[in-house]
Design a protein around this ligand. Structure first.
Ligand SMILES: C[S@@+](CC[C@H](N)C(=O)[O-])C[C@H]1O[C@@H](n2cnc3c(N)ncnc32)[C@H](O)[C@@H]1O
Length: 566
């Protein structure tokens, strides 16, 4: 332990246990405790420890339960994505923000409270945005550039805030060639945005050289979080050094969410990041979140982790060779209900894990996966610019993947199903006839997510809530074209009490999952609150329904008795 570390420990107000060595169960490697000197918002039941495999990380010092809120912080800097700037508040990230900054005309706020809170940094941002507009360039810089700008302006005042930003991990020395373009683009755009015309001007931001700027960009790329709304819809980018201490696992025991918990005293404090335990975490166990979408197969996850974070994941899910991973699975060709591992170009031999039947049509599976991935990439690119084209792609490709035998959780079927559902939901208000198809897509998405995500994962909770809400749209019974046997099996009672009861059961389960994923004390955040209100409404509706049916039966009985007496 160095002198500097000891000094920092002594100066640190938190209790500091002398350097200790623990055993990390994940890696069986030595783990050393670090002083949390520069981190003001980390609570006492968490500790910063360092391991040779993954550097600094956050560890529990006492056991916690699923759904426990481990800590809550406001990001050091956050910026809305360009498509949200006109409707969301740039300070608290709430929707329907109508107060526009009269100078830059680009940024909106809920009210003058939010505007005043933001002014200290927006005054610089406002000048930069006005300068860019005056230069004839109508393009507002991306959220990443604006977030970096906010960090640079705030860094002009030295203090614990800047120390925390300075201590973020950088990968400037091991950037992959494929990531050069992103880093270079960010650095050049940032210089332009800040209006820097000579290298010496960089000094006013506490940076000595262009190399320091490149280092800041690398720290930003390695430690950025997407800000989402309470239903996990992306809103922009943020940086929070204490939360960025958390290392990655593809089977995480915690999540970072923005529940917008109603219990908070003031909405102006938002957006607040909550770190929530997804399962019980033992004392002296590391807190681990997922940096990438864990519904994706191992090879795709590994490529993404290498590209942005420069490491190869060795978590239990990545290391496991036991059983079939549902993300890469095909139904048994004999229909025994078991799954076969997805064949690959290198290894086309695949057998059902349950009955050992050999998969025959491996070329068909490989072709389906290849064209499915191409369609997914295209449909994702067209999702907002040309949703009709995107839906045509998902509509055409999903049946091909299903007939090749992919299970609902297999990639790219699950991703295509979720995209198909999102596209249908976006159209539903103007085309109620799409309801049945949307319910089927939502059911398949829930089945796929259940197979790959832990109970209580917020993505599962939100997907199940969406299915429940769709079921609660109690359409009057109407003529329907019969589908295939498999499609018919997925169909729900079209209307009436049976359908409402299913909706209610689905929403009650969704609420239980949201309560874990968005925090027990947050009561599932705003998403959980919405589902709770739906449950109450449905219970009332079902009561009326049952009462209505009971009264109709009573009337019919009385009418029949009356006619017999006549
Ligand atoms: C957001 S930072 C996490 C905190 C970081 N360990 C630190 O010391 O500041 C992300 C970086 O941590 C390291 N890291 C995170 N999870 C890891 C893991 N499971 N295995 C190896 N390295 C990991 C990688 O270097 C990654 O780029």
């Amino acid at each position: 332990m160095s002198f500097a570390t000891l000094k920092a420990a002594r100066e640190n107000k938190r209790s500091y246990v002398a350097a200790c060595t623990l055993q990390n169960s994940r890696e069986s490697e030595a783990v050393h405790e670090q002083p949390a000197a520069t981190y003001q918002s980390i609570p006492d039941d968490l500790a910063i420890r360092t391991s040779s495999a993954s550097g600094r990380g956050l560890w529990m010092t006492r056991k916690c339960a699923p759904g426990q809120v481990l800590f809550v912080v406001k990001p050091h800097a956050a910026a809305l994505s360009n498509d949200r700037l006109g409707s969301y508040c740039s300070q608290c990230f709430a929707p329907d923000a109508l107060k526009r900054c009269t100078r830059c005309q680009a940024i909106h706020y809920c009210d003058s409270t939010c505007q005043n809170i933001d002014w200290a940094v927006h005054k610089h941002e406002c000048a930069a945005l006005q300068r860019i507009a005056a230069s004839g360039d109508s393009a507002i810089p991306s959220d990443a550039i604006r977030c970096l700008g906010r960090i640079m302006w705030k860094s002009q005042k030295k203090g614990p805030w800047t120390q925390e930003i300075d201590s973020l991990q950088s990968h400037i020395k091991d950037i992959k060639p494929s990531a050069y373009e992103l880093h270079t683009h960010l650095a050049i755009s940032l210089v332009r945005y800040l209006g820097l015309s000579s290298p010496s001007e960089i000094a006013s931001f506490g940076l000595a050289s262009g190399a320091d700027l490149a280092d800041l960009v690398s720290r930003f790329v390695t430690n950025t979080f997407t800000v989402t709304d309470a239903s996990l819809t992306p809103l922009g980018s943020s940086v929070s050094p204490p939360v960025a201490l958390i290392n990655h696992s593809c089977d995480p025991n915690a999540v970072v969410v923005f529940p917008r918990a109603s219990a908070r005293p003031s909405a102006a404090q938002e957006p607040l990041m909550h770190v929530i335990a997804l399962r019980e975490i033992a004392a002296d166990e590391e807190i681990l979140t997922a940096y990438v979408d864990t519904t994706l197969p191992r090879a795709i996850r590994h490529a993404a982790l290498q590209e942005t974070y420069c490491f190869t994941c060795a978590c239990s899910l990545c290391a496991s060779n036991v059983g079939v991973d549902p993300r890469e699975s095909v139904w048994c060709p004999k229909g025994c209900g078991g799954m076969c591992p997805m064949p690959t170009e290198e290894n086309s031999l695949s057998r059902c894990a349950k009955c050992k039947a050999a998969l025959q049509k491996t070329d068909e599976v490989l072709d389906a996966v290849r064209i499915g991935q191409q369609a997914l990439d295209k449909a994702t690119a067209h999702q907002f610019s040309d949703p009709a084209k995107a839906r045509q792609l998902t509509t055409n490709l999903i049946p091909i993947l299903v007939s090749a035998g992919l299970t609902p959780a297999a990639h790219p079927l699950l991703a295509l199903t979720r995209l198909h559902q999102a596209l249908l939901v976006a159209e539903l208000a103007g085309a109620p006839a799409l309801l049945d198809e949307t319910v089927v897509a939502a059911t398949k998405a829930v089945a796929g997510l259940d197979a790959v995500l832990r109970v209580g994962h917020p993505v599962r909770g939100i997907a199940r809530a969406e299915l429940g809400k769709l079921l609660a749209v109690d359409e009057p019974a109407r003529a329907r074209t019969p589908g295939s046997a498999a499609e018919e099996a997925l169909r729900y009672p079209p209307s009436g009490a049976a359908r409402l009861r299913l909706a209610l059961e689905t929403l009650v389960r969704a609420h239980a999952e949201l309560t874990v994923g968005f925090g027990t004390t947050n009561e599932g955040g705003l998403a959980g609150q919405g589902v709770r209100e739906d449950v109450v409404r449905l219970e009332r509706e079902l009561g009326v329904w049952t009462k209505g049916v009971g009264e109709a039966l009573k009337d019919a009985r009385e009418a029949a008795a009356g006619s017999r007496q006549k």
